[in-house]
Write a protein that binds this ligand. Sequence first.
Ligand SMILES: Nc1ncnc2c1ncn2[C@@H]1O[C@H](COP(=O)(O)OP(=O)(O)OP(=O)(O)O)[C@@H](O)[C@H]1O
Length: 335
Amino acid sequence: MKEKVLIVEGGYAEHRPGPVMPGFEGIIGKSHLLLNVFDNIIQVAPTDTSILILGESGTGKEMIAGCIHKLSLRKDQRFVKLNCAAIPPTLIESELFGHEKGAFTGAFDKRIGRFEQAAKGTIFLDEIGEMPLELQAKLLHVLQDKEVDRIGSKAPVKIDVRVIAATNRNLEKEVADGRFRLDLYYRLNVIPITLPPLRDRKEDIIDLAEYFIDRYNRKSGRKIAGLSDRAIKSMMAYHWPGNIRELEHMIERCVLLAKGPIIEDIPVNPKNDQGAGNPETQIKTIQENERDHIIAVLRKCNGKIWGPGAAAEILNLPPTTLRSKMKKLGIQKGY
Ligand SMILES: Nc1ncnc2c1ncn2[C@@H]1O[C@H](COP(=O)(O)OP(=O)(O)OP(=O)(O)O)[C@@H](O)[C@H]1O
């Protein structure tokens, strides 16, 4: 069997596919689609405009947000993140804008919100499409007037913060369905940057796989030298619904479980991909079953994760755990 071995000279420690451009360290890939994204970022990073990063789950939106900050004039100030889907809707307001002592039951101390924490720097609002409608109005006010109102405070605080938001939702559809404010959409969408899904930049798959083999070799102390032709073929044929995150987790697993010096096979079955084949006759992995079960429950709950009768409760999982499982398994809106 012909092997694709990654180590050429100097051993794995010297193997570094990419980065291609300064400022994008750790972002692997040289497909023209990704290089176009880099070009756009280089142009807009030094401005102070809001940026909306669009793309499926696991395409690297958070990494790109970090690059934009590092390439901006605010690079020496703080980069503060908030994942709007990771905290209950009732807490987002206080997380973002802060509160005064005694502002509500349980507000034992004054709290500085993320906007104030990001003073003179950048705030990254991940999964902005999950932000409740009533908070969207408050966010718009912050963006327009450049001041925040801590809950329970009468005096607004002036802020100078650049906003980068990201979503894997189709925000235009969210606007059309009345779930996202049009005025906020316009405000955030000044510069949209769209990250292509991995299946549209297959040229990057092997570079990424090599990079992750290197990373997980170091973490585990293993010395996996590369991928067999068969593994490469499977990877190139696969649809990668969970994008780079899915690829990373798969390589991690393969590095840990490989029986020989290279990864012989990748546990993806393109026939199971994109709904092809007869599901009745397919033997699924535990992970595939878990994915299908979570999707079935989400459909039953109309995609609701938090709250009584929602998916997390039915599955007996903390909502944040369910969220991270969804990410890991590549489950996103439109399942
Ligand atoms: N080009 C890349 N090179 C190396 N690693 C990458 C690249 N893109 C993404 N990753 C890795 O893939 C994983 C997912 O990336 P990230 O969290 O930035 O995606 P995301 O689009 O923000 O996902 P989500 O929408 O689910 O929050 C991370 O572990 C990240 O380090």
